[in-house]
Write a protein that binds this ligand. Structure first.
Ligand code: UDP
Length: 235
């Protein structure tokens, strides 16, 4: 796989390190170095970052918040991660630009498709915060949406597991990993590649979803070179 432009979905969890929440400096630096390295190899990279290391909307329901308010807090968490990544990727030597689907112009650029495309073609890593900008959605759906509208050939879903398995490998030792799957097979076998809304959008847009583990150093650059373990979910 030598794609021209990809979208990487990074969950908030990926930035939290061992602590499991908030931002871990060491993890952030290592991840940013990996992203900068991949960008220097010439691939245009857009990143949709989650916010689960700070807050997920559904957590707010236990606190007496209504869903739209709780999701607004969740979206703000994703922008915090986007700002952290922007700085860390630039420090690692690749130009980067954070954009938010929820306008907050004194902190970062507001998302606009044409501007994001300009940044990508100028070699900047574009980090998209704020998800879709609407409550009741996840950043997985944001990732599928942006991958489609930014004309990315691949949606790379960075997880803690190196692909899609027949069952949860942490629970079932007999679980085996798929190298490739079609969208239709994933639905037929009820495999949870992404959440339902995100998967439907990715399938309609004909995106290839690549599920890989971000845990090892250099994982992103390796996947972009067609190396490393991953599951490819194709149209
Ligand atoms: N969120 C939202 N709309 C979006 C994307 C995200 O309201 O389009 C909120 C939602 O509350 C979600 C939180 O932001 O729980 C953090 O995003 P997500 O749970 O997708 O983060 P991840 O699990 O990838 O870290």
């Amino acid at each position: 796989m030598r794609p021209k432009r990809v979208l990487v979905k990074l969950s908030g969890e990926a930035l939290a390190g061992q602590a499991g929440s908030g931002l871990d400096g060491h993890t952030l630096t290592a991840l940013a170095a990996d992203i900068a390295h991949a960008a220097r190899e010439g691939v245009e990279i857009a990143i949709v970052v989650g916010g689960g290391n700070f807050f997920r909307g559904l957590q707010g329901l236990n606190k007496g918040l209504d869903r739209p308010s709780a999701d607004s807090i969740g979206m703000l968490g994703t922008v915090m991660n986007a700002l952290a990544l922007e700085h860390a990727i630039e420090t690692a030597g690749a130009p980067a630009r954070a954009m938010s689907a929820v306008p907050m112009p004194s902190l970062c650029e507001s998302y606009a498709r044409r501007r994001a495309l300009d940044h990508l073609s100028n070699g900047k890593v574009v980090i998209l915060g704020g998800g879709t900008g609407n409550p009741y959605f996840t950043t997985d759906t944001g990732a599928a949406l942006r991958a489609a509208e930014l004309d990315c050939s691949h949606l790379l879903k960075a997880t803690q597991v190196d692909g899609v398995y027949t069952a949860d490998p942490k629970v079932d030792p007999k679980a085996t990993r798929y190298d490739t799957l079609t969208h239709a097979e994933a639905i037929k076998r009820d495999l949870k590649v992404m959440d339902t809304a995100a998967f439907a959008l990715a399938r309609d847009a004909g995106l290839t979803i690549v599920v890989f583990s971000i845990a090892e150093t250099g994982a992103l650059a390796a996947v972009l070179r067609g190396e490393g373990r991953a599951t490819y979910v194709t149209p």
